[in-house]
Design a protein around this ligand. Sequence first.
Ligand code: 5GP
Length: 130
Amino acid sequence: MTIFSRIINGEIPCYKIAEDDRFFAFLDINPVNWGHTLVVPKHEEDYIFDLDDDELAAMTLFAKRVAKAIKEAIPCKKVGVTVLGLEVPHAHIHLVPLKCEGDMDFHKKISDPDPEKMKQIAAAVSSKFE
Ligand code: 5GP
């Protein structure tokens, strides 16, 4: 079982943003910027483009709803979208609020993010999710 499946199952804590019957969104534990969120399918699949068309389309639409919530909760110009998938073998979309390109530099992660701030951000974004 992947670490993200264990998060979805509640075995490992996370700063949850939203979920529906097929997808789950939570803050990245090592954010590149405040509000950095991961969107994952509950169904375990390593490579995002191995998801079937219906699941990939639905995941994109779920990510769109999460991005809208991030944009409303966190001051930013746009919400950037990236798929890497090199570390955790469970398909995921990175959503990062951006004021400039440098806000999405995966070499510059926020080290040891303040748990209280992460909690506040998760609550703020979650409250905007529709
Ligand atoms: P990628 O697979 O896209 O290269 O990177 C995986 C991402 O998942 C990283 O940004 C990393 O910080 C995040 N991540 C890894 N383990 C955990 C975890 O246990 N909890 C959370 N919230 N994020 C994680």
